[in-house]
Design a protein around this ligand. Structure first.
Ligand code: NAI
Length: 343
């Protein structure tokens, strides 16, 4: 029986990259069925709700979603949909693997980069607790809890054990925020000894930024509270060619939403120019999560082959192909990878 997946195409280039990804996933032969629901600016315009009830109703049944980017106004207006979904569904782990694709002319292309970021996803300065104390003075509350910090630390170390990764680096600013980042660090230190086979070290966030730019190959798994995780995720994406490429997953105990790191790219929306690689790579993570290992491996290999050939790449990575030309190339590559050989 086909497994039902909630598809949230989103805003801007979201519907374009979502449609491309659905075509590629369907070409792998994975037994999936898509339930399309709207969230974001379009949902607000059509149904008067940013996250209509049917989004949660669908995710309650499917437990797994694939999501395109959604627009969030800056400096006012509604709360981020991503933040709302992550909090409501308890998606406490934001997981972002960062690997080099073949053939991309990035500064770091000769380095063996293989990092993964574990970012706490539900609290910190993203709690949305801001207020004006007196005119001209505002406060934004940074919430760090023992519960959420232990959960993300365990998720990171358990992944390290499962995937035989060598090192976890906790990133913080506990020299200044002694209580909040101090608690985060304390929780990491509590979990680390339970995984003696994994090396553990700590870096202050500003130093971590410099080290990531100068010696990115020395990093393995990065463990961070929400805000530093958000910023360093984009820094790390920049090491391997940018936001159009790297995948993301929001994972909780009961639900998982897979989504690209990039935004709605209003400058190119509707022009057929968007790069769907990031959402396709997120779909690879989703297929693996669903136990569809063959399909995950076929899609992963097909994307790598299209990059290695460099004939059908989109403009953001130096090519001239449209979204659908790139997608067609991925689908052709999938057809040439026998299911049995893909592991
Ligand atoms: P953005 O990621 O949308 O765009 C930054 C630059 O990267 C633009 O030049 C854009 O054309 C390019 N770009 C991004 N994705 C691309 C792709 N797949 N293919 C080719 N080029 C791509 O970031 P920006 O402009 O800061 O945000 C625009 C909107 O997206 C905002 O409303 C923001 O809140 C929202 N956003 C949503 C996210 C989500 O839903 N996960 C994440 C980040 C931003």
């Amino acid at each position: 029986m086909a497994r039902l997946i909630t598809l949230i195409p989103g805003d801007g280039i979201g519907p374009e990259v979502a449609e491309a990804t659905v075509r590629a996933v369907d070409a792998t032969g994975a037994a999936l069925e898509w339930e399309r629901v709207e969230a974001g600016a379009r949902a607000l315009a059509e149904y008067g709700q940013l996250i209509p009830d049917e989004v949660f109703a669908s995710l309650e049944v499917t437990r797994v979603g694939l999501k395109g980017p959604t627009a969030t106004p800056i400096g006012g207006g509604h709360q981020s949909i991503n933040v709302a979904l992550r909090k409501k569904l308890g998606l406490y782990t934001n997981f972002r693997p960062v690997r080099m694709l073949p053939g991309l002319p990035t500064r770091y292309r000769d380095l063996p980069l293989d990092l993964a970021i574990f970012r706490e996803n539900t609290e910190d300065l993203y709690s949305g607790l801001e207020h004006e104390v007196v005119p001209g003075v505002v406060e934004s509350l940074k919430i760090i809890t023992r519960n959420a910090s232990l959960k993300i630390a365990r998720a990171c170390f358990e992944y390290a054990r499962r995937e035989s990764r060598r090192k976890v680096t906790a990133i913080h600013k506990a020299n200044i925020m002694k209580l909040s980042d101090g608690l985060f660090l304390k929780c990491c230190r509590e979990v680390a000894p339970q995984f003696p086979e994994v090396l553990y070290n700590e870096l202050i966030v500003d130093n971590a930024c410099m080290q990531l730019v100068m010696r990115p190959e020395t990093f393995d798994l990065l463990l961070l509270p929400n805000l530093y995780g958000d910023i360093i995720s984009d820094l790390a994406a920049g090491l391997v060619g940018g936001l159009g490429i790297v995948p993301g997953a929001n994972l909780g105990d009961h639900h998982a939403i897979f989504e690209a790191v990039h935004g709605t790219a209003p400058d190119i929306a509707g022009k057929g120019l968007a790069n769907p690689t990031a959402l396709m790579q997120s779909a690879v993570l989703m297929l693996a999560h669903l136990g569809e290992r063959q399909a995950a491996a076929r899609l992963h290999q097909a994307i790598y082959q299209v990059y290695a050939a460099a004939e059908h790449l989109t403009g953001d990575v130096g090519g001239h192909a449209t979204t659908s030309e790139f997608t067609d190339a991925v689908i052709r590559a999938i057809a040439h990878i026998p299911a049995r050989q893909a592991v």
